[in-house]
Ligand binder design. Structure first.
Ligand code: ACO
Length: 375
Protein backbone atom coordinates (compact mmCIF):
# COMPACT_ATOMS: atom_id res chain seq x y z
CA UNK A 1 0.00 0.00 0.00
CA UNK A 2 1.39 3.44 -0.87
CA UNK A 3 1.91 5.90 1.96
CA UNK A 4 -0.53 8.75 1.34
CA UNK A 5 0.34 12.22 2.66
CA UNK A 6 -3.09 13.85 2.84
CA UNK A 7 -2.85 17.53 2.01
CA UNK A 8 0.86 16.92 1.32
CA UNK A 9 1.34 17.67 5.05
CA UNK A 10 5.02 17.59 5.99
CA UNK A 11 6.19 16.81 2.43
CA UNK A 12 9.20 18.71 1.04
CA UNK A 13 9.05 18.95 -2.76
CA UNK A 14 11.77 21.54 -3.58
CA UNK A 15 14.42 23.79 -2.04
CA UNK A 16 14.03 27.52 -1.70
CA UNK A 17 15.89 30.67 -0.69
CA UNK A 18 12.64 32.66 -0.53
CA UNK A 19 11.53 32.39 3.07
CA UNK A 20 12.30 30.31 6.13
CA UNK A 21 9.53 29.32 8.51
CA UNK A 22 10.06 27.56 11.84
CA UNK A 23 6.48 26.79 12.77
CA UNK A 24 7.41 25.41 16.19
CA UNK A 25 8.77 28.71 17.48
CA UNK A 26 6.92 31.11 15.16
CA UNK A 27 9.94 32.32 13.22
CA UNK A 28 9.72 33.81 9.71
CA UNK A 29 12.56 35.13 7.55
CA UNK A 30 12.31 36.60 4.04
CA UNK A 31 15.54 35.90 2.15
CA UNK A 32 17.25 35.50 5.55
CA UNK A 33 15.88 38.72 7.12
CA UNK A 34 13.58 38.57 10.17
CA UNK A 35 10.00 39.56 9.45
CA UNK A 36 10.14 41.72 12.59
CA UNK A 37 13.01 43.82 11.20
CA UNK A 38 11.27 44.20 7.85
CA UNK A 39 7.98 45.10 9.57
CA UNK A 40 9.71 47.77 11.65
CA UNK A 41 12.24 49.21 9.22
CA UNK A 42 11.41 48.30 5.62
CA UNK A 43 8.85 49.40 3.05
CA UNK A 44 6.83 47.25 0.69
CA UNK A 45 8.94 48.42 -2.26
CA UNK A 46 12.19 47.49 -0.50
CA UNK A 47 10.77 44.14 0.66
CA UNK A 48 9.52 43.36 -2.86
CA UNK A 49 12.98 44.14 -4.23
CA UNK A 50 14.55 41.90 -1.58
CA UNK A 51 12.23 39.05 -2.52
CA UNK A 52 12.66 39.40 -6.28
CA UNK A 53 16.42 40.03 -6.35
CA UNK A 54 17.57 38.24 -3.17
CA UNK A 55 19.35 41.18 -1.50
CA UNK A 56 18.41 44.52 0.06
CA UNK A 57 18.74 47.29 -2.54
CA UNK A 58 21.11 50.24 -2.49
CA UNK A 59 19.41 53.63 -2.56
CA UNK A 60 19.93 53.85 -6.34
CA UNK A 61 18.59 50.33 -6.94
CA UNK A 62 15.52 51.01 -4.81
CA UNK A 63 14.83 54.27 -6.58
CA UNK A 64 15.06 52.61 -10.03
CA UNK A 65 12.83 49.73 -8.88
CA UNK A 66 10.30 52.16 -7.41
CA UNK A 67 10.21 54.06 -10.72
CA UNK A 68 9.56 50.82 -12.61
CA UNK A 69 6.67 50.00 -10.26
CA UNK A 70 5.18 53.49 -10.59
CA UNK A 71 5.41 53.43 -14.40
CA UNK A 72 3.75 50.00 -14.51
CA UNK A 73 0.62 50.96 -12.55
CA UNK A 74 -1.79 51.77 -15.41
CA UNK A 75 -3.63 48.82 -16.96
CA UNK A 76 -4.55 48.51 -20.66
CA UNK A 77 -8.00 49.88 -21.58
CA UNK A 78 -9.29 46.45 -22.81
CA UNK A 79 -8.52 45.01 -19.35
CA UNK A 80 -10.46 47.91 -17.82
CA UNK A 81 -13.31 46.87 -20.15
CA UNK A 82 -13.07 43.27 -18.86
CA UNK A 83 -13.45 44.69 -15.34
CA UNK A 84 -16.53 46.67 -16.44
CA UNK A 85 -18.06 43.55 -18.01
CA UNK A 86 -17.56 41.42 -14.89
CA UNK A 87 -18.17 44.14 -12.27
CA UNK A 88 -20.96 42.26 -10.45
CA UNK A 89 -18.69 39.32 -9.55
CA UNK A 90 -16.74 38.88 -6.29
CA UNK A 91 -13.61 41.08 -6.44
CA UNK A 92 -11.39 37.98 -6.36
CA UNK A 93 -13.15 36.60 -9.43
CA UNK A 94 -12.70 39.94 -11.18
CA UNK A 95 -9.04 40.05 -10.14
CA UNK A 96 -8.43 36.50 -11.38
CA UNK A 97 -10.09 37.31 -14.71
CA UNK A 98 -8.28 40.62 -15.14
CA UNK A 99 -4.85 39.16 -14.28
CA UNK A 100 -5.48 36.49 -16.89
CA UNK A 101 -6.56 39.16 -19.39
CA UNK A 102 -3.34 41.14 -18.77
CA UNK A 103 -1.49 38.30 -20.51
CA UNK A 104 -3.04 39.40 -23.80
CA UNK A 105 -1.31 42.78 -23.55
CA UNK A 106 2.01 41.92 -21.89
CA UNK A 107 4.90 42.15 -24.38
CA UNK A 108 6.82 39.39 -22.56
CA UNK A 109 3.94 37.01 -22.04
CA UNK A 110 5.49 33.89 -23.56
CA UNK A 111 9.09 34.65 -22.58
CA UNK A 112 9.88 32.57 -19.49
CA UNK A 113 13.47 33.83 -19.09
CA UNK A 114 14.52 35.25 -15.71
CA UNK A 115 14.81 38.80 -17.09
CA UNK A 116 11.32 38.64 -18.64
CA UNK A 117 9.82 37.12 -15.50
CA UNK A 118 11.27 39.92 -13.39
CA UNK A 119 9.82 42.50 -15.78
CA UNK A 120 6.43 40.77 -15.73
CA UNK A 121 6.64 40.31 -11.97
CA UNK A 122 7.20 44.03 -11.44
CA UNK A 123 4.34 44.87 -13.80
CA UNK A 124 1.98 42.45 -12.05
CA UNK A 125 2.96 43.78 -8.61
CA UNK A 126 2.09 47.28 -9.80
CA UNK A 127 -1.04 46.37 -11.80
CA UNK A 128 -2.88 44.19 -9.28
CA UNK A 129 -3.75 47.13 -6.95
CA UNK A 130 -4.97 49.13 -9.96
CA UNK A 131 -7.33 46.29 -10.94
CA UNK A 132 -8.71 45.95 -7.41
CA UNK A 133 -9.35 49.66 -6.97
CA UNK A 134 -10.70 50.22 -10.50
CA UNK A 135 -13.19 47.40 -9.99
CA UNK A 136 -14.37 48.79 -6.65
CA UNK A 137 -14.94 52.22 -8.19
CA UNK A 138 -16.66 50.85 -11.31
CA UNK A 139 -19.08 48.68 -9.33
CA UNK A 140 -20.02 51.75 -7.30
CA UNK A 141 -20.74 53.69 -10.49
CA UNK A 142 -17.64 55.87 -10.02
CA UNK A 143 -14.82 56.50 -12.50
CA UNK A 144 -11.55 54.62 -11.76
CA UNK A 145 -8.83 56.82 -10.27
CA UNK A 146 -5.74 57.19 -12.46
CA UNK A 147 -2.81 55.73 -10.51
CA UNK A 148 -0.47 58.27 -8.94
CA UNK A 149 3.08 58.34 -10.26
CA UNK A 150 4.46 59.88 -7.09
CA UNK A 151 2.81 58.10 -4.15
CA UNK A 152 4.25 54.93 -2.56
CA UNK A 153 2.73 51.56 -3.45
CA UNK A 154 0.62 51.48 -0.27
CA UNK A 155 -0.41 55.16 -0.37
CA UNK A 156 -1.35 54.82 -4.05
CA UNK A 157 -3.55 51.85 -3.21
CA UNK A 158 -5.59 53.88 -0.71
CA UNK A 159 -5.58 56.85 -3.08
CA UNK A 160 -7.00 54.79 -5.96
CA UNK A 161 -9.59 53.24 -3.65
CA UNK A 162 -10.92 56.41 -2.05
CA UNK A 163 -9.90 59.11 -4.57
CA UNK A 164 -8.17 61.13 -1.88
CA UNK A 165 -4.64 61.38 -0.60
CA UNK A 166 -4.44 59.09 2.42
CA UNK A 167 -3.48 60.01 5.96
CA UNK A 168 0.23 59.10 6.22
CA UNK A 169 -0.50 56.87 9.25
CA UNK A 170 -3.06 54.89 7.20
CA UNK A 171 -0.60 54.56 4.32
CA UNK A 172 2.07 53.31 6.76
CA UNK A 173 -0.37 50.71 8.08
CA UNK A 174 -1.21 49.53 4.57
CA UNK A 175 2.50 49.34 3.80
CA UNK A 176 3.09 47.16 6.89
CA UNK A 177 0.20 44.91 5.89
CA UNK A 178 1.64 44.46 2.38
CA UNK A 179 5.09 43.63 3.85
CA UNK A 180 3.62 41.02 6.21
CA UNK A 181 1.71 39.34 3.37
CA UNK A 182 4.47 39.47 0.74
CA UNK A 183 5.77 35.90 0.92
CA UNK A 184 5.14 32.69 2.84
CA UNK A 185 6.79 29.66 1.32
CA UNK A 186 4.73 26.91 -0.27
CA UNK A 187 1.32 27.99 0.97
CA UNK A 188 -1.62 26.78 -1.14
CA UNK A 189 -1.63 29.72 -3.58
CA UNK A 190 2.15 29.73 -4.10
CA UNK A 191 2.03 25.96 -4.59
CA UNK A 192 -0.74 26.37 -7.18
CA UNK A 193 1.45 28.96 -8.92
CA UNK A 194 4.38 26.53 -8.93
CA UNK A 195 2.21 23.68 -10.28
CA UNK A 196 1.03 25.91 -13.15
CA UNK A 197 4.50 27.09 -14.16
CA UNK A 198 6.03 23.62 -13.68
CA UNK A 199 4.32 22.71 -16.97
CA UNK A 200 6.26 25.69 -18.40
CA UNK A 201 3.06 27.70 -18.63
CA UNK A 202 3.71 31.45 -18.40
CA UNK A 203 3.88 33.65 -15.31
CA UNK A 204 0.44 35.17 -15.89
CA UNK A 205 -0.98 31.63 -15.80
CA UNK A 206 0.85 30.97 -12.52
CA UNK A 207 -0.40 34.17 -10.90
CA UNK A 208 -3.94 33.52 -12.15
CA UNK A 209 -3.84 30.07 -10.50
CA UNK A 210 -2.50 31.64 -7.31
CA UNK A 211 -5.28 34.26 -7.20
CA UNK A 212 -7.87 31.51 -7.75
CA UNK A 213 -6.43 29.47 -4.89
CA UNK A 214 -6.11 32.36 -2.46
CA UNK A 215 -9.87 33.00 -2.58
CA UNK A 216 -10.88 30.12 -0.29
CA UNK A 217 -11.75 30.72 3.37
CA UNK A 218 -9.12 28.20 4.50
CA UNK A 219 -6.45 30.48 2.98
CA UNK A 220 -6.90 34.14 2.02
CA UNK A 221 -10.59 34.31 2.87
CA UNK A 222 -10.01 34.19 6.62
CA UNK A 223 -9.72 37.97 7.21
CA UNK A 224 -13.11 38.55 5.60
CA UNK A 225 -14.60 35.76 7.70
CA UNK A 226 -13.04 37.14 10.91
CA UNK A 227 -14.72 40.48 10.39
CA UNK A 228 -18.06 38.82 9.58
CA UNK A 229 -17.66 36.89 12.84
CA UNK A 230 -16.89 40.11 14.77
CA UNK A 231 -19.97 41.76 13.26
CA UNK A 232 -22.12 38.74 14.17
CA UNK A 233 -20.82 38.95 17.73
CA UNK A 234 -21.57 42.66 17.87
CA UNK A 235 -20.40 43.48 21.42
CA UNK A 236 -17.34 42.33 23.42
CA UNK A 237 -19.53 40.72 26.12
CA UNK A 238 -21.02 38.31 23.58
CA UNK A 239 -17.65 37.12 22.24
CA UNK A 240 -17.01 34.33 24.71
CA UNK A 241 -20.43 32.65 24.34
CA UNK A 242 -20.27 32.93 20.55
CA UNK A 243 -16.85 31.31 20.29
CA UNK A 244 -17.69 28.56 22.77
CA UNK A 245 -20.85 27.74 20.82
CA UNK A 246 -18.91 27.58 17.56
CA UNK A 247 -16.27 25.32 19.07
CA UNK A 248 -18.93 23.09 20.66
CA UNK A 249 -20.35 22.55 17.16
CA UNK A 250 -16.83 21.70 15.93
CA UNK A 251 -16.80 24.86 13.84
CA UNK A 252 -13.53 26.63 13.13
CA UNK A 253 -12.80 30.03 14.57
CA UNK A 254 -11.50 32.06 11.65
CA UNK A 255 -8.09 33.65 12.07
CA UNK A 256 -6.82 30.74 14.18
CA UNK A 257 -4.81 27.70 13.20
CA UNK A 258 -2.19 27.27 10.54
CA UNK A 259 -0.78 24.36 8.59
CA UNK A 260 2.79 25.27 9.58
CA UNK A 261 2.72 27.32 12.81
CA UNK A 262 2.41 25.55 16.13
CA UNK A 263 3.14 28.86 17.87
CA UNK A 264 1.79 32.35 17.33
CA UNK A 265 2.12 33.46 13.71
CA UNK A 266 4.96 36.02 13.98
CA UNK A 267 3.10 38.39 11.63
CA UNK A 268 0.07 38.61 13.94
CA UNK A 269 1.81 40.62 16.67
CA UNK A 270 2.49 43.58 14.37
CA UNK A 271 -1.11 43.75 13.22
CA UNK A 272 -2.43 43.26 16.78
CA UNK A 273 -0.59 46.38 17.98
CA UNK A 274 -1.64 48.40 14.94
CA UNK A 275 -5.25 47.20 15.19
CA UNK A 276 -5.40 48.41 18.79
CA UNK A 277 -3.82 51.79 17.92
CA UNK A 278 -6.07 52.29 14.91
CA UNK A 279 -9.20 51.43 16.88
CA UNK A 280 -8.23 54.06 19.47
CA UNK A 281 -7.36 56.59 16.76
CA UNK A 282 -10.76 56.03 15.08
CA UNK A 283 -12.61 56.14 18.41
CA UNK A 284 -13.99 52.65 17.70
CA UNK A 285 -12.42 50.36 20.32
CA UNK A 286 -15.27 47.83 20.03
CA UNK A 287 -13.79 45.77 17.19
CA UNK A 288 -10.43 45.38 18.84
CA UNK A 289 -12.13 44.49 22.14
CA UNK A 290 -14.19 41.77 20.44
CA UNK A 291 -11.06 40.32 18.84
CA UNK A 292 -9.21 40.55 22.14
CA UNK A 293 -11.97 38.56 23.87
CA UNK A 294 -11.91 35.90 21.15
CA UNK A 295 -8.13 35.70 21.52
CA UNK A 296 -8.53 35.13 25.27
CA UNK A 297 -11.15 32.41 24.82
CA UNK A 298 -8.94 30.62 22.29
CA UNK A 299 -5.89 30.55 24.60
CA UNK A 300 -6.51 27.00 25.92
CA UNK A 301 -6.35 25.82 22.28
CA UNK A 302 -2.71 26.91 22.06
CA UNK A 303 -1.86 23.64 23.75
CA UNK A 304 -3.41 21.87 20.72
CA UNK A 305 -1.24 23.96 18.36
CA UNK A 306 -4.04 26.36 17.41
CA UNK A 307 -2.73 29.90 17.61
CA UNK A 308 -3.78 33.21 16.17
CA UNK A 309 -2.69 33.77 12.53
CA UNK A 310 -1.94 36.88 10.45
CA UNK A 311 -5.49 37.24 9.21
CA UNK A 312 -7.09 37.61 12.62
CA UNK A 313 -6.23 41.29 13.07
CA UNK A 314 -5.92 42.22 9.39
CA UNK A 315 -9.70 42.33 8.86
CA UNK A 316 -10.30 44.85 11.65
CA UNK A 317 -7.60 47.13 10.23
CA UNK A 318 -9.07 47.08 6.73
CA UNK A 319 -12.55 47.63 8.19
CA UNK A 320 -11.46 50.67 10.18
CA UNK A 321 -9.67 52.04 7.12
CA UNK A 322 -13.05 51.92 5.39
CA UNK A 323 -12.22 49.08 2.99
CA UNK A 324 -15.24 46.96 1.93
CA UNK A 325 -15.11 43.42 3.38
CA UNK A 326 -14.98 41.66 0.02
CA UNK A 327 -11.72 43.50 -0.75
CA UNK A 328 -9.89 41.89 2.17
CA UNK A 329 -8.72 38.89 0.11
CA UNK A 330 -7.73 41.06 -2.89
CA UNK A 331 -5.60 43.15 -0.50
CA UNK A 332 -3.84 39.95 0.59
CA UNK A 333 -3.30 39.16 -3.10
CA UNK A 334 -1.86 42.62 -3.75
CA UNK A 335 0.71 42.10 -1.03
CA UNK A 336 1.52 38.53 -2.07
CA UNK A 337 2.35 39.10 -5.75
CA UNK A 338 6.16 39.39 -5.18
CA UNK A 339 6.12 36.13 -3.22
CA UNK A 340 4.22 34.31 -5.96
CA UNK A 341 6.56 35.70 -8.60
CA UNK A 342 9.57 34.59 -6.59
CA UNK A 343 8.14 31.09 -6.16
CA UNK A 344 7.48 30.90 -9.90
CA UNK A 345 11.01 32.07 -10.73
CA UNK A 346 12.50 29.45 -8.42
CA UNK A 347 10.33 26.79 -10.04
CA UNK A 348 11.40 27.79 -13.59
CA UNK A 349 15.00 27.93 -12.43
CA UNK A 350 15.13 24.30 -11.32
CA UNK A 351 12.04 22.93 -12.98
CA UNK A 352 10.49 19.53 -12.78
CA UNK A 353 6.84 18.92 -13.65
CA UNK A 354 4.90 18.83 -10.37
CA UNK A 355 2.93 15.68 -10.72
CA UNK A 356 2.28 13.68 -7.54
CA UNK A 357 0.33 10.41 -7.36
CA UNK A 358 -3.15 9.50 -6.16
CA UNK A 359 -3.89 6.25 -4.40
CA UNK A 360 -6.72 4.61 -6.35
CA UNK A 361 -9.50 3.29 -4.07
CA UNK A 362 -12.28 2.71 -6.65
CA UNK A 363 -13.52 -0.56 -8.18
CA UNK A 364 -11.34 -2.58 -10.57
CA UNK A 365 -11.87 -4.28 -13.93
CA UNK A 366 -15.61 -3.61 -14.20
CA UNK A 367 -17.34 -4.99 -17.27
CA UNK A 368 -18.48 -2.33 -19.77
CA UNK A 369 -22.24 -2.69 -20.36
CA UNK A 370 -23.70 -1.18 -23.58
CA UNK A 371 -26.10 1.71 -22.78
CA UNK A 372 -29.31 -0.13 -23.85
CA UNK A 373 -28.54 -3.03 -21.51
CA UNK A 374 -28.08 -0.94 -18.34
CA UNK A 375 -30.81 -1.39 -15.70
N1 ACO B 1 -10.71 26.78 15.13
C1 ACO B 1 -11.00 25.65 15.81
N2 ACO B 1 -10.35 24.48 15.63
C2 ACO B 1 -9.37 24.45 14.72
C3 ACO B 1 -9.01 25.60 13.97
C4 ACO B 1 -9.73 26.78 14.20
N3 ACO B 1 -9.46 27.89 13.53
N4 ACO B 1 -8.00 25.29 13.14
C5 ACO B 1 -7.73 24.00 13.35
N5 ACO B 1 -8.57 23.49 14.30
C6 ACO B 1 -8.58 22.11 14.78
C7 ACO B 1 -9.30 21.22 13.76
O1 ACO B 1 -10.70 21.18 14.00
C8 ACO B 1 -8.60 19.90 13.98
O2 ACO B 1 -9.13 19.34 15.15
P1 ACO B 1 -9.31 17.74 15.26
O3 ACO B 1 -7.91 17.19 15.14
O4 ACO B 1 -9.93 17.57 16.60
O5 ACO B 1 -10.18 17.35 14.11
C9 ACO B 1 -7.16 20.31 14.29
O6 ACO B 1 -7.24 21.64 14.82
C10 ACO B 1 -6.28 20.32 13.05
O7 ACO B 1 -6.88 21.18 12.09
P2 ACO B 1 -6.75 20.98 10.53
O8 ACO B 1 -7.80 21.81 9.85
O9 ACO B 1 -6.69 19.53 10.20
O10 ACO B 1 -5.33 21.60 10.28
P3 ACO B 1 -4.81 22.07 8.91
O11 ACO B 1 -3.35 22.18 9.04
O12 ACO B 1 -5.33 21.21 7.81
O13 ACO B 1 -5.54 23.48 8.74
C11 ACO B 1 -6.13 25.69 8.55
C12 ACO B 1 -4.99 24.71 8.83
C13 ACO B 1 -6.84 25.34 7.24
C14 ACO B 1 -5.54 27.09 8.42
C15 ACO B 1 -7.14 25.64 9.71
O14 ACO B 1 -6.49 25.93 10.92
C16 ACO B 1 -8.31 26.60 9.51
O15 ACO B 1 -9.25 26.29 8.78
N6 ACO B 1 -8.28 27.80 10.18
C17 ACO B 1 -9.31 28.77 10.05
C18 ACO B 1 -9.14 29.55 8.73
C19 ACO B 1 -7.98 30.49 8.76
O16 ACO B 1 -7.78 31.27 9.68
N7 ACO B 1 -7.19 30.44 7.67
C20 ACO B 1 -6.04 31.33 7.48
C21 ACO B 1 -4.77 30.54 7.49
S1 ACO B 1 -3.40 31.62 7.47
C22 ACO B 1 -3.30 32.16 5.89
O17 ACO B 1 -3.71 31.56 4.94
C23 ACO B 1 -2.65 33.44 5.73
Amino acid sequence: MPEVHLGLKGVYFASTTSSFIDGEVGKLLYRGYAIHDLAEHSTFEETAYLLLYGALPTRAELSAFDQQLKQSRPIPEPVMEVIRLTKQAHPMDVLRTAVSALAAYDPDVSDNSLAANLRKGIRLTAQVPTIICAHDRIRKGLPPVTPSNTLSHAANFLYMLFDKHPDPADAKLMDLDFILHAEHGSNASAFACRVAVSSLADLHGGITAAVATLKGPAHGGAAEEVMKMAEDIGTPERAEAYVRERLAKHGKVMGFGHRVYRAEDPRARHLRERSRELAERCGEPRWYQILDHIHEVMKPYNAKGIWVNVDFYAGSIYYLLGVPEDLFIPIFAAGRVPGWVLQAIEQYDDNILLRPLLEYTGPMDLQYVPIDQRG
